[in-house]
Design a protein around this ligand. Structure first.
Ligand code: ZN
Length: 115
């Protein structure tokens, strides 16, 4: 972070309880370097069950919005556990994978660039 010019940071987390602490560390470091944290992405957030259609929070209920609000992070996103996503990564084709989960975050970042 000190050797590359950075306009903003997107923190990627997982749903565990410890994540709050990890985010706070990232926020402190970003503050020292005067770089804003523009978003937080929760990976492995939930599993959308093909049988019952419900979202199952395998790692426990997330505190993403809470953590974002406490740390004044404007955008949040959740990426589910998704076998097709892992398969795309394994095949080296992740760039071609279409998923809606980061659309709002990327739209917000693009808007900032245009402003
Ligand atoms: Zn189910």
């Amino acid at each position: 972070m000190q050797s590359i010019p950075v306009d903003g940071i997107v923190v990627v987390t997982s749903p565990q309880e410890l994540v709050g602490m990890i985010v706070e560390k990232a926020v402190k470091m970003a503050g020292l370097l005067n770089v804003p944290i523009v978003g937080i992405v929760e990976n492995l957030s939930y599993f959308e069950c093909p049988d019952c259609g419900k979202k199952h929070y395998l790692f426990g209920e997330s505190h993403l919005e809470e953590i974002a609000e406490e740390n004044h992070i404007p955008e949040t996103a959740r990426i589910p556990i998704q076998p097709k996503l892992s398969a795309a990564v394994d095949a080296g084709l992740i760039e071609l994978y279409e998923g809606p989960w980061l659309d709002q975050l990327t739209a917000s970042l693009l808007k900032d660039v245009e402003d």
